[in-house]
Design a protein around this ligand. Structure first.
Ligand code: OXD
Ligand code: MN
Length: 652
């Protein structure tokens, strides 16, 4: 259940502006004539009232209404430099931004859903009652922009006119945040009213970095009001905490899909990419992976890039699943981005091609950015996320300080990529036929396997496990990462799972558009398969072969080996695809290592999931039935063939 507009809207309650007249009155007092003129082009009363209240709450010195014009874009870029949030680098249109050394990821311990009494939220999220949240917003954000400029941007998350696009406001005192928004989202000042009318709502985001000192970080908060689709962020700068049009609004889009779409929408933490197949066809694939697990790389391995982070899907009248990317840029992790695995992205980073905002990487004495895993010679010294850096540097505890933070990023426009597809601008989206789920799993699942039906596919997504990554401050160990979307799923996971079961088995999906759902895992190590060392069994570029096999599979052009966990590829098909597409040999013993079922590991993984979901509310019984059946069938296999079952044993 999700009740919209329940309780009071916190910013309105604090700001006290409740009518359009009162909003105009405030604009007249707080904005100069030019910006009054700009704001008057917006007519939607709710939008005007929200903006007026944000001004009343934050009390900025000046207000800048961003129209999306080239002149305004230049103003924002210059302001980011003038405010010291970014610095120019020698390469044209490249800048560097640093977040505080202790705010290099999402501050999950200071992130809350604002709820009403009795509302249920995901067991993986934190909640705060409305009254308490109002107190904190008032205390921490009251007058936070004194002496500063408030920037107000109007955007649309997705191509204008798409049935699942959402208009969103970004209100911030950080020019870096608005500069990032201008690269990552479509500016929509001219069509904002129309889009709000068409959707019947808008998302709003209010942020200020405040004084932005290390000592303020304990006061940092990220609040998301599920009822009023408004976010508040304060005393932080990292885009994952501040540019809440991204993951803050993604959470609202998840709520909208799960509770308000009649099981006909999903909002996923997925890339969208097109894979070219025989005869000139393109098959579209959406894939989920937890932050920092190779999602951007997989997206880039496709031939036609639409997006690397978010996908919003709907079942259209033609009986197909259509998908759009709410974004038009990449806020990508740069660690391990290199020529071999990511040539297109490397072109943008190393050539004068487009605007790039670097964050938290090392800048050498010549102003050149460097990052771990780029495949280049590292410099002896430079400046990075924690200050001066030199080779061999250790922190106070004697731990090596890496050259760049593992969550260092680049912000670039997707349209600059050589494999960019203009389909990203199509309000009809792309027809998605392949859905993948992956995590950082060093010892259990094979590189690729396909669910036998959509219900088993939903279970693959539910069971992602992954080593923690640097995207969350303080996270460590191996974690469950359901659908790679759990950090962004506001409601109980059982509700989300139910929505997934109903979506993928929806009677509206036509037979000819049936998708396949699959697992992917690039992280199997030698030591997990009888060898030694943590080195990976595969290479980054192998992704092309796994994706191509899925592409052939959805068109019924390759056979498969049926196992209790789903279908596995046949050796001959992979060998062919490796030769044709990856241009390398694919030895049979590597195939055996990668695709043998390590029954005890898989059973342990199932037990972990049965145990964890057993503690969740409202998990559909179907989930437990599928898992228990897989478990029993795996144990039967073990009895017959032993604990390691080579795929050939199961081939018919
Ligand atoms: C991201 C994340 O930045 O998921 O995309 O953390
Ligand atoms: Mn992400």
């Amino acid at each position: 259940m999700l009740e919209r507009k329940k309780g009071y809207d916190i910013v309105t309650e604090i700001g006290g502006v409740r009518t359009v007249d009162a909003a105009y009155d405030l604009f007249g007092k707080r904005l100069d004539a030019e910006h009054v003129r700009r704001i008057r082009k917006i007519e939607n009363p709710e939008v005007l009232i929200k903006i007026a209240n944000a001004i009343a709450l934050c009390d900025p010195k000046t207000v800048f209404v961003f129209t999306g014009s080239e002149k305004d874009r230049a103003f924002v870029r210059q302001l980011a430099l003038d405010q010291g949030e970014e610095k120019k680098l020698p390469m044209k249109n490249h800048t560097i931004h640093y977040d505080l050394k202790d705010e290099q990821g999402r501050i999950i311990d200071r992130t809350y859903y604002i709820i009403n009494e009795g509302d249920k939220v995901s067991s993986l999220g934190q909640k705060m009652l409305r009254d308490q949240a109002m107190k904190e917003v008032k205390e921490k954000m009251g007058g936070i922009m004194k002496g500063r400029t408030m920037l107000i941007g109007f955007y649309i998350r997705g191509p204008a006119g798409a049935p699942v696009s959402n208009p969103a406001l970004e209100i911030t005192s950080s020019a870096y945040v608005l500069h990032s928004a201008n690269i990552l989202y479509r500016s929509a000042y001219d069509v904002f009213d129309k889009e709000v009318e068409h959707c019947g709502h808008f998302f709003a985001n209010i942020h200020s970095e405040g004084t932005n000192r290390l000592e303020d970080l304990p006061n940092a908060r990220v609040f998301m009001d599920r009822s009023w689709w408004t976010t508040y962020a304060m005393f932080c700068t990292y885009a994952g905490n501040t540019l809440l049009m991204k993951k803050g609004n993604h959470r609202f889009a998840v709520d909208k899909a799960v509770y308000l779409s009649n099981n006909q929408n999903l909002s996923e933490h997925m890339f969208i990419t097109g894979i070219n197949g025989p005869g000139g066809r393109t098959t579209w694939c959406c894939g989920a992976a937890p932050s920092g697990c190779g999602k951007t790389t997989t997206a880039m391995a496709g031939d036609k890039f639409v997006g690397d982070d978010l996908a919003q899907m709907w079942i259209a009248e033609d009986g197909a699943i259509h998908a759009i990317n709410p974004e038009c840029g990449i806020f990508g992790i740069v660690e391990d981005v290199n020529r071999e695995g990511d040539p297109h992205l490397m072109d943008l980073l190393r050539k004068e091609k487009c605007e790039v905002i670097w964050s938290n990487v090392l800048i050498d004495e010549k102003g050149v950015p460097h990052w771990t895993g780029n495949g280049e010679t590292p410099p002896a010294k430079g400046r990075n996320f924690q200050g001066e850096w030199h080779q061999g540097m250790v922190d106070a505890k004697g731990k090596p300080v890496p050259m760049s933070h593992p969550n260092s990023r680049c912000t670039v426009s997707a349209s600059a990529l050589a494999n960019y597809s203009k389909e990203n601008e199509n309000p009809k989206g792309v027809v998605a036929r392949i859905f993948t789920y992956s995590g950082r799993d060093s010892d259990t699942m094979p590189p690729v396997w396909v669910a036998r039906n959509s219900d088993e596919g939903v279970v693959i997504g539910a069971c992602i496990v992954s080593a923690a990554t640097a995207t969350e401050v303080g996270a460590s160990g191996v974690k469950r990462a359901p659908w790679a979307n759990a950090p962004f799923t506001p409601g109980p996971l059982g509700d989300y799972m139910d929505a997934q079961f109903k979506f993928y088995s929806h009677p509206k999906i036509a037979k000819k558009h049936q998708p396949i759902l699959a697992g992917l895992n690039y992280f199997l190590t030698h030591e997990a398969r009888g060898g030694t060392g943590k080195k990976l069994l595969g290479e980054k570029k192998d992704v092309k072969a796994w994706l191509a096999w899925l592409e052939r599979r959805v068109h019924g052009e390759v056979g498969a080996i049926e196992t209790p966990i789903g279908f596995l590829p046949k050796y001959e098909d992979l060998k062919q695809l490796f030769g044709d597409l990856v241009k390398k040999d694919y030895p049979k013993d590597l195939y055996d290592k990668q695709f043998s079922l390590y029954v005890d590991n898989i059973v342990a993984r199932i037990d972990l999931q049965l145990d964890a979901y057993g503690k969740e509310q409202s998990v559909p019984p179907k989930f437990f039935d599928i898992m228990k059946k897989q478990r029993a069938d795996l144990l039967k296999l073990k009895e017959k063939f032993g604990a390691i079952v080579a795929p050939d044993k199961l081939a018919r």
